[in-house]
Every structure is written in structure tokens, then in C-alpha cells.
Design a protein around this ligand. Structure first.
Ligand SMILES: [Zn+2]
Length: 99
């Protein structure tokens, strides 16, 4: 029972952190964005919560940078997939478009 509650709290904190990361990116505080993402990932790991796909596509799978279109990544849509290119490490991240 307690574990489920903890998970919900963890999810809320992750949501908040991604909101903060977005705000920071909009202010060109990209290092802060990355830190928020790192915290969100740590919370997820600690509480065994997987990030929602809408958050996953905001994180580079290689360097875990926060991906903000036009600032830290480039986005393309190809054959039903969302393709982001991390501008920090150059990794191409591919996501299903409909999830
Ligand atoms: Zn990257």
C-alpha cells in the first residue's frame, strides 16, 4: 500500500522536474535542465517508476541531456516515428509517434 503511494509521489515529482526542465530550457539555462532530468531519472530508478513516454522523448538515451526542440535537439517526423537528434552528442533518438 505504502509503495503505491510512494510511486504516485515519485511520479508527481518527476512531472514537476520535467516542467522545471522545460522552463529552464526556455530561459537558456540548459545545464539546469539537464540537472532536473538527472534528478527525475534518479527518482524513477529509486522508486522503480519508468518515465512516461512523453518524458522519455525529452531525454537523450546516450548522454541524458534534456532535449528541447530548436535548442538542444532537432526533431523530424519520419514514417510515423519521431526522430530527435541530440545536439550535444549527436545521438539519434527514435520514438514511436503514437505512444
Ligand atoms: Zn545526447
Amino acid at each position: 500500500m505504502g509503495r503505491k503511494k510512494n510511486k504516485n509521489i515519485a511520479k508527481k515529482r518527476i512531472k514537476k522536474l520535467f516542467e522545471e526542465a522545460k522552463e529552464a530550457a526556455l530561459e537558456d539555462e540548459l545545464k539546469r535542465s539537464d540537472r532536473y532530468v538527472e534528478l527525475a531519472r534518479k527518482i524513477g530508478m529509486r522508486h522503480n517508476v519508468t518515465l512516461d513516454s512523453k518524458y522519455k522523448r525529452r531525454v537523450c538515451r546516450n548522454c541524458y541531456s534534456y532535449l528541447h526542440p530548436g535548442k538542444t535537439c532537432k526533431i523530424r517526423i519520419k514514417e510515423g516515428s519521431l526522430i530527435t537528434k541530440c545536439l550535444k552528442c549527436g545521438t539519434i533518438n527514435r520514438f514511436g509517434y503514437k505512444d
